[in-house]
Ligand binder design. Structure first.
Ligand code: RIB
Length: 307
């Protein structure tokens, strides 16, 4: 099987379950608290790994308790993070996450060691990265590092899946190097400079394709997703589930999509697989604790749509 390399963030997620989000200046009592592994990079790497991909994860951690526990956890999960950068005198990344009764979240990240994943380090381990067929990136590491990976991948004809989360504008030459651009509505609007409410979802997808991405996947939360490239167009409705916590659902989708496509499944099958994986994720609390296994996803699909 071919290889996926995920390059991105690791955080320790500190969760507070609350009834309603507090207003500025307000103190509220939360319902419960818990801690789990997170970070968009780590979530996507673990999702691709649990969902059948052959994955290497490259991240940056501090040499503190959170960093060492993360490494320990990846090892226990069988996720290869051996090429990760260990930053001196820098705390590992953390995320403070509030989740309300509807399962919606609000996240503040303190990047810490994630900011130390430099272009210089990427060049040091370039040979290892180039063993991959598909490289998966997000935006919780320095933008310069993301650009360096895109340049190297493009030069060596490797495919990039870029999930532009957290949202930001992309340089014109970077978007042209992306094979699979995965964005939600906000991210799509920021990159395209268009409003979905004004021109519609499909026109925004067309704009992103015109900017140079080879395939675009627009995720629409409870409405599902749209995928388009030169030869295919799919509209995949979301599975209806009771949402407890949406944290990590987008990451699970990206990891599952990468695993599906990398295994040679069709676009349609990979999108359905990814939608099912993220539907399961929202029915559980936390990011990494909620990522299902491949068997769980197939059981869900069998029960839900007799797939
Ligand atoms: O996408 C969810 C993730 O965003 C959380 O795990 C948190 O760490 C932040 O990176």
């Amino acid at each position: 099987m071919s290889k996926i390399v995920v390059i991105g963030s690791s955080n320790t997620d500190l969760f507070a379950k609350i009834k309603d989000f507090p207003k500025a200046g307000e103190t509220i009592k939360g319902i419960s608290y818990f801690q789990a592994m997170g970070g968009k990079g780590a979530n996507q790497a673990l999702a691709a790994h649990r969902l059948g991909g052959d994955v290497k994860f490259i991240t940056s951690l501090g040499k503190d308790t959170y960093g060492l526990s993360s490494l320990e956890y990846y090892k226990k999960e069988g996720l290869d993070a051996s090429l990760s950068f260990m930053a001196d005198n820098t705390p590992s990344g953390v995320a403070m996450i509030w989740v309300d009764e509807k399962g919606e979240n609000s996240i503040v990240i303190i990047s810490g060691a994630n900011e130390m994943l430099s272009s210089g380090y990427i060049h040091e381990i370039e040979k290892e990265i180039l063993k991959a067929d598909l490289i998966v990136l997000q935006m919780e590491i320095p933008y310069d590092t993301v650009k360096t990976v895109c340049d190297i991948a493009y030069e060596h004809n490797k495919q990039i899946l870029l999930n532009v989360a957290p949202a930001r504008k992309l340089d014109a030459d970077i978007i042209k190097k992306i094979h699979i651009l995965v964005v939600n509505e906000t991210e799509a609007e920021i990159i395209s400079g268009e409003k979905i409410s004004e021109i519609g979802e499909q026109a925004v997808v067309d704009k992103l394709l015109a900017l140079g991405a080879k395939s675009v996947v627009l995720t629409l939360g409870r409405k599902g997703c749209i995928m388009k490239n030169e030869s295919e167009y799919h509209v995949i409705p979301a599975f209806k589930v009771k949402s407890i916590d949406s944290t990590g659902a987008g990451d699970t989708f990206c990891g599952a999509l990468a695993a599906g496509l990398n295994k040679g499944r069709s676009w349609k099958d990979s999108l359905i697989f990814a939608s099912a994986a993220s539907a399961i994720c929202v029915t559980r609390m936390g990011a990494q604790p909620s990522i299902p296994t491949e068997t769980e996803v197939y059981d869900f699909l069998r029960k839900t749509v007799n797939y």
